[in-house]
Structures are given as C-alpha cells and as structure tokens.
Design a protein around this ligand. Structure first.
Ligand SMILES: Cc1cc2nc3c(=O)[nH]c(=O)nc-3n(C[C@H](O)[C@H](O)[C@H](O)COP(=O)(O)O)c2cc1C
Length: 273
C-alpha cells in the first residue's frame, strides 16, 4: 500500500498519492476565484491531500463553460488565485490547475440552472471550436477555427504535399534504388504497413513517423538476420525471419496502442463559412 508514501515527480514531491481532481464549482464572478474557492480547495489541502488541482479554469472568456467558471486570462484572476495557491502550499499540498477551453460546449447554463445552452437574454456568447458544428440541437454554432486564425485548408495542403513527398521517396527507393533486383510484389505489403503505422500513431504525424521508423528498423534487422549462419546453416528458415517487421508492428499495434480513432473530418471537404 503506497497511498500514504511520498511521490517524487522531478523537482516536486507530493507528500502522499492522494490528488484532488479538478471539480467545476460554477461559483466565480467574471472568472475571479473567491472565498468559495479558497475554502473548497484549501480545506482539501488541510485535509492532507498530496496535491489539489483547481477546477477547469478558462484560458479565455470565450472558453468558459458557464458564466460561473474560474478563469486565468487577466491580472485580476491571477491576483485572486495567488493567495489560494499559497494557502494550499502552506498546508503542505501541491497546488495545481486544470487549464481549459470549453470549445463548442461553452456558453452553457450552470448545471443547477439546467445545463443547456444559454439564451441571448442570459448572456450567451459566440463560441469557437475546431469546426463550425454545434454541440447539439439548440446549441450555438461555433466559429470554426479558421475564423480564429487557423488556416485549415492551408494546413491540409501542407499535409498532402508532405505526405506526397514522403510517398514519392518510398516509391523512388523501390523503383530506382532496388530496380536492379526487381521482383514481383516487391512492395510486400508495405502499403498496408503505412496504414498500420498511421493507426499505431493515432493519426498524428510524429507518432506515425515513429511507427514507420520502427517498421524500417525491424526490416533492417530482418535483413541482417538472414545472413546469420550458425554451424554452417541458417538456424531459422528465411520465411520466418522475413515475417519479423510485420509481426513486430502488428504486436505493437495489438498490444500497446489503445483505441485509435480516425479524425472525424477525414476525407470531408472543408467548407469555409
Ligand atoms: C462536482 C464535480 C465537478 C467536476 N469538474 C471537473 C472539472 O472541472 N474538470 C475535469 O476534468 N473533471 C471534473 N470532474 C470529474 C472529476 O475530476 C473526476 O474525474 C471524476 O469525479 C471521477 O473521479 P473518480 O473516478 O475518482 O470518482 C468533476 C466531478 C465532479 C463531481
């Protein structure tokens, strides 16, 4: 039982492993935490928790779930957080905060007022989200990210160009570098591995590139292993060795990677509003 043992984290040490998770209080005015937050968070620190994480705290007024959310986008809020964090620390707990942006779920009523979308008369505001889709029927349509300065089409063009260049390099290595040893089906399922790498990388470019490197590395190991001769014979039939990169990638895929979902908008045209 390690619950009450200290937990060192780089330069930080928690006195035990009890961490108070962020809990929205919907009790701030203009994003400024007050006595409520001091007592709510402070009493957890007095109670002995190792760390106390303050509720989802908006990084912009637009990113608040409700009008009662705490925020950290202006000096008044920072000044109000300071004594709360100092009090938690003085009790021997580590203060933390969950930085948040509610996206299309912003501009909502407090849970005890119903939790639905705010009406204009209740102070509704324009929300911002990655795409211009409302959270649900009756909720406002958020400004898409391009309205907030992210050029979605430009990013897509760049991604297609970059992946085209990489695919071109792969094709060139097969058709030019290996042309002298051309055999039928020499691509040997690598197209499938590219898809597997994408899933393995959870559709993110850097992890997907790492998955490709893993496949390439095990392919190189496989080629080396084919040359291993013990007592005048190859100890393992070459077909088993050739399976190695595929096996490694599939094992990693099946064993390590949790759920991997394709981005929702994949293959859909991006229509600027
Ligand atoms: C009143 C209340 C407010 C919450 N607010 C937040 C929040 O601001 N941010 C968040 O990520 N989770 C929030 N949660 C979820 C909790 O942080 C926690 O994940 C959840 O209670 C499950 O934890 P448990 O499995 O230890 O019970 C809230 C939960 C409660 C009960």
């Amino acid at each position: 039982m390690k619950l009450f043992e200290p937990l060192p984290q780089r330069g930080l040490s928690l006195r035990n492993r009890i961490v108070v998770s962020p809990m929205c209080q919907y009790s701030a005015v203009d994003g400024v935490p007050d006595h409520w937050h001091l007592v709510h968070l402070g009493s957890r620190a007095v109670g002995g928790a190792g760390a106390v994480i303050a509720e989802a705290t908006a990084v912009s007024a637009q990113g608040r779930i409700s009008l009662g959310d705490t925020g950290i986008w202006n000096d008044a809020q920072v000044a109000a957080w300071r004594p709360i964090a100092a009090f938690i620390a003085a009790q021997g707990a580590v203060p933390g905060v969950q930085l948040a942006h509610a996206g299309r779920k912003a501009s909502a009523q407090r849970p005890w007022d119903g939790g639905g979308a705010l009406a204009a008369a209740q102070g509704a505001w324009t929300t911002a989200a990655p795409s211009a889709l409302p959270f649900d029927a009756g909720w406002p349509t958020p400004e898409a990210l391009d309205a907030a300065g992210i050029r979605v089409n430009r990013v897509r063009w760049a991604a297609v160009l970059a992946s085209g260049c990489l695919a071109g390099l792969g094709g060139a290595s097969l058709s030019i570098f290996l042309a002298s040893s051309f055999t039928r089906d020499m691509t040997a399922g690598r197209g499938f591995m590219a898809l597997a790498a994408l899933i393995f990388g959870k559709w993110l470019p850097v992890p997907a590139a790492a998955a490709c490197l893993l496949f390439g590395f095990s392919d190189a190991v496989q080629i080396r292993l084919q040359g291993v001769v013990l007592w005048g014979v190859n100890p393992v039939p070459v077909q088993f060795i050739q399976v190695l990169p595929y096996l490694v990638t599939i094992l990693v895929l099946a064993g390590w990677v949790g759920r991997s979902r394709a981005p929702k908008a994949i293959g859909l045209p991006y229509l600027k509003r």
